[in-house]
Design a binder for this molecule. Structure first.
Ligand code: CAA
Length: 412
């Protein structure tokens, strides 16, 4: 558990996000969900309020780059509309490769524009045949004689695709290498050969475009290779996901709180058998569980965010825990909220069906919850070394069943 400290600035940013969410996000959520349109009014307001600077350090025009502040902002936006929560948060995801792996010149060129909301950003990692196995990419980037690179291939599930001005693109530069196979590039919208392909028709988060991005011989200058040298892409992708997963988890907390709020209000007004349904113990139990899960998720998210802000050694584990726990909680809470609405919960007349549809993707993107559990288990297994002293408390008569420690390199 890390100390969670909310600065006055972080709380002020949260309050701005809450005001924008109530003015521009919630009132338009249902309409934009139906039409699958991006919420430009909200984005203009977010930019004017300086909220795109929340994940950017001060020296590049931001508010300090605190992940905890980012989570507070995302939570407020997602409470009003989970789709807009990700439409905002994906800018952080797309910017983290630059923040973690960019050269000073690259940061100075791009980050101030991102902080001002002049450049929206997207993240192009996944491909048709490379989802959970992020190392198995096929999109290629080939070096040219003048030092530039040519990118060929297709990316899948690019959130913000078409809306974004800048794309962090991961491509294979050294197919023969295991750990230095991949590099990351910044590709600007409008670069010849860069095209938006299929626009997905989604079950939820319909106000943010998710598309296929095509790279048909896209030539990018040498200065757009992140970090200035090839081979660092996979590491930067993993470091990016560690920083971004608390934000997805915050989106889940917002979504859960949003669904809980509607269910709470509905249960106080809906009368059956001559009484408000929130007087029935079975409904009370559901609401109590929903509130507990939401609050527990919130604490884990803030703890993971605090770990990110300290660059703590357990960030990888905590980010995966927060993402997994909070998104599972959001799906459970949204499902129960729908149940409390009964038959009306299944109808699109009420806002709750959208919460239910929006929640599912949280368990899938930015690493499925199966991947998160794998990451958590790997981290927990690494803690075994500090547990060796416990072996002496195993009674000698059962030591034979406890087994000897497995030697390094030996198969289990
Ligand atoms: N930080 C730094 N380096 C890391 C790292 C981390 N968190 N995790 C791994 N690495 C390094 C390792 O140290 C290793 O380096 P060396 O080769 O130098 O030793 C290298 O990366 C390979 O690591 P692994 O062997 O652990 O890699 P793996 O192939 O077993 O994969 C994985 C690990 C966790 C499954 C990873 O592939 C993964 O996270 N998959 C999920 C991908 C994902 O989240 N995709 C989401 C796309 S984004 C999205 O969905 C956005 C959207 O639309 C909104």
């Amino acid at each position: 558990m890390h100390d969670i400290v909310f600065t006055a600035e972080a709380l002020a940013l949260r309050d701005k996000a809450r005001a924008i969410a109530e003015k521009y996000v919630r009132p338009n959520a249902s309409r934009l969900d139906k039409s699958q349109e991006y919420n430009w009014d909200a984005t203009r307001a977010v930019a004017e309020a300086g909220l795109f600077g929340v994940f950017i350090p001060r020296e590049y025009g931001g508010h300090g780059g605190s992940i905890l502040s980012l989570c507070l902002v995302v939570e407020e936006l997602a409470k009003a509309d989970s789709g807009y929560g990700v439409a905002f948060a994906v800018n952080a995801l797309g910017s983290f490769p630059l923040l973690t792996g960019g050269t000073e010149a690259q940061k100075q060129k791009w980050l101030p524009q991102i902080a001002r909301g002049e450049k929206l950003v997207a993240f192009c990692l996944s491909e048709k045949f490379a989802g959970s196995d992020a190392g198995g990419l096929a999109v290629r980037a080939l070096p040219e004689e003048d030092g530039s690179w040519t990118i060929r291939g297709e990316k899948k599930w690019t959130t913000n695709g078409g809306v974004a001005d800048l794309y962090s693109v991961f491509a294979v530069t050294d197919p023969g290498s295991r750990s230095r196979r991949i590099s990351a590039f910044l590709v600007e919208k409008g670069t010849p050969g860069f095209k938006i392909g299929k626009v997905e028709d989604k079950m939820g988060i319909r106000c943010v475009p998710v598309v296929e991005t095509q790279f048909d011989g896209v030539r990018v200058p040498a200065e757009n290779l992140l970090g200035g040298r090839p081979g660092m892409g996979f590491k930067h992708a993993m470091m990016t996901l560690d920083l971004a997963r608390p934000g997805v988890a915050a989106q889940a907390v917002g979504a859960a709180q949003g669904a809980l709020d509607y269910a709470n209000l509905y249960a106080s007004r809906r009368r059956q058998f001559g009484a408000a349904i929130n007087s029935f113990q079975m409904v009370q139990q559901m609401i109590a569980d929903m509130a507990m899960q939401t609050e527990a998720a919130r604490m884990l998210v803030y703890s993971a965010a605090a770990a990110a802000d300290k660059n703590a050694a357990d960030l990888n584990k905590l980010a995966a825990m927060a993402k997994c726990f909070a998104t599972d909680a959001a799906v459970k809470v949204a499902t129960d909220a729908c149940q409390i609405f009964g038959g009306y919960g299944f109808m699109e007349d009420y806002p709750i069906a959208k919460f239910y549809r929006d929640a599912k993707i949280l368990q899938i993107y930015e690493g499925t919850n199966q991947v998160q559990r794998m990451v958590i288990a790997r981290n927990v297994a690494r803690e075994i070394d500090r547990l060796e002293h416990l072996a002496k408390y195993i009674p000698t008569e059962v030591q034979d069943r406890f087994g000897a420690p497995v030697e390094e390199g030996a198969s289990a």
